[in-house]
Design a protein around this ligand. Structure first.
Ligand code: FAD
Length: 452
């Protein structure tokens, strides 16, 4: 395809992510201006884009890398998620339960652990605060017989894979969380809990300070058009023209805004709220450990974290899902779901009736119908590291690493895996796709009501 191609939509993030808001203000990266030349242009400053930039510092330290972020580093989905960087798959697959074929699952677990190792290595190399990347595990919390049955089946499947999980009783759950809301739990020791905004900020700072050839990061600098020129690419932002040898498109669902994978990506939002910091008295009333992470036994339920760090000791609740092919949601929607977060909070923590929510936000995820990534060299020297299927902390990290390994012809197991999938499958036409997805989401939420 020749000529200049216009990027149809730019990202819009609704509500302020608490993970970023509780951190001290960070210095801004500059806005891209004028004529810029680079060997590598990474578009998108989330897990995929920053991991790609980091891998470039390792494999192509002498090359010039430029990274464009449309908004501010850590204010997009990468700084809005719940921070569960999981090793074990947790998506409930309708046909086969939690895990698919044994060999495929083993490979996924191995690769997810490589993503975790990468995050831990970055944390050590860039001297991140301990809360940025904490290898503390997570618990699948059950609140009723159906959740317990999920956990039971999951534990058996994990045992078949040779993976450890530890059954927790209602008393164990109360000892950890301070609430008697959970009837049991399944502790999965391999999960890493991120303070996502802190990790993303520190990763950006690390790659942009790498001497002698730092990655040059620009914020508030959306790519608005791109065009092939010779072997390379010309990408425009509102104030700059960038000539790059190769482009890594790391924009998750916005790949569709670039004109790729049209009608093949599902744009889903989920929502979270973060509490005010708990006072010492409130922490005493609650009891339990000062930090922990609970994923729901049914994936449609609430994830809940108690986090202790620079921003104080706070509780974060995530629930509710919507399908938005427009890739945008309104402030009113975030405000409405904040009430669901408040209800979920009150049900779990009645002893904290004087604690309110300080921040509420929504965030984009990108899924494909057949749960595959949108990955590869999609045009000469133009690489896609998109569509993380809701597990972007690990999968985004892997796809960013793999895009660089593919581009530099390093034949790694991550590249082989990401290249082994079919293309994302085609969606039904609108409005059938939106209607169908909305009905499925509402039905699954209704079924998981006890866990919300
Ligand atoms: C509330 C919530 C909870 C979640 N919890 C978890 C969890 O616990 N664990 C987990 O693994 N995942 C979770 N996720 C999903 C996770 O956040 C995403 O999968 C992940 O952020 C995807 O990473 P990415 O780097 O591919 O894309 P993104 O993080 O979306 O980064 C892409 C970046 O590209 C930028 N961009 C887009 N278009 C342009 C353009 N034209 N020019 C320049 N820049 C552009 C965007 O601004 C964005 O910053 C959650 C998501 C939400 C919203």
């Amino acid at each position: 395809m020749a000529g200049e191609r216009v990027i149809r939509r730019l990202p819009r993030d609704t509500g302020v992510t608490g993970w970023d808001a509780v951190l001290p203000p960070k210095p801004d990266y500059p806005v891209a201006e004028g004529s810029i030349t680079a060997d590598w242009l990474v578009i998108g400053g989330g897990f995929a884009g920053l991991s790609a930039a980091k891998r470039l510092t390792e494999l192509r330290g002498g090359d010039k890398t430029v990274l464009l972020e449309a908004g501010r580093i850590a204010s997009g989905p990468a700084g809005r998620n719940s921070g569960f960087m999981i090793d074990l798959p947790h998506e409930l697959n309708d046909s086969a339960g939690y895990v698919g074929g044994v060999e495929a699952d083993r490979l996924q677990i191995t690769l997810n652990r490589q993503a975790q190792d990468f995050a831990r290595a970055c944390a050590a190399q860039y001297d991140m605060p301990a809360e940025a990347v904490a290898s503390v595990g997570r618990t699948n919390g059950a609140v009723n017989a159906s959740g317990e049955a999920h956990n039971h089946a999951y534990a058996e499947q994990l045992a078949a894979l040779g993976e450890e999980s530890i059954q927790l009783s209602a008393d164990d759950m109360k000892a950890m969380t301070g609430t008697d809301y959970y009837s049991s739990g399944l502790f999965l020791p391999g999960a890493v809990l991120l303070q996502p905004a802190l990790y993303i900020r520190e990763l950006a700072q690390g790659v942009s300070r790498k001497e002698p050839f730092p990655a040059v990061i620009y914020e508030g600098s959306p790519a608005i058009s791109f065009e092939r020129q010779g072997d390379g690419w010309v990408v425009k932002t509102p104030k700059a023209t960038i000539h790059a040898g190769a482009v890594i498109m790391a924009v998750n669902g916005h790949a569709e805004s670039f004109g790729f994978f049209k009608r093949r990506l599902m744009h889903v939002f989920t929502y979270a709220s973060m509490s005010e910091p708990l006072s010492e008295d409130q922490q005493r009333r609650l009891g339990g450990a000062s930090s922990w992470g609970i994923t729901p036994a049914d994936p449609m339920g609430s994830t809940v974290r108690r986090h202790d760090g620079i921003g104080g000791n706070r509780i974060v609740i995530r629930n509710r899902w919507t399908y938005n092919s427009s890739m945008e949601v309104s402030e009113a929607r975030v405000a409405a779901f904040r009430r669901d977060h408040e209800r979920a909070f009150t049900r779990r923590f009645p002893m904290l009736d004087d604690v309110g929510m300080a921040h509420s936000w929504g965030g984009r995820l990108c899924l494909s119908r057949n749960s595959v990534p949108a990955f590869g060299e999609i045009e000469p020297n133009f690489y896609s590291a998109c569509c993380q299927n809701g597990l972007g902390t690990a999968k985004g990290t892997l796809s960013g690493i793999a895009a660089i390994e593919l581009a530099t012809r390093a034949n790694s197991p991550i590249v082989q895996d990401l290249q082994s999938y079919d293309e994302p499958s085609r969606l039904p036409p609108e409005p059938i796709a939106s209607l169908g997805a909305t009905i499925v989401l509402r039905w699954r939420e209704w079924r998981a009501a006890g866990e919300i």
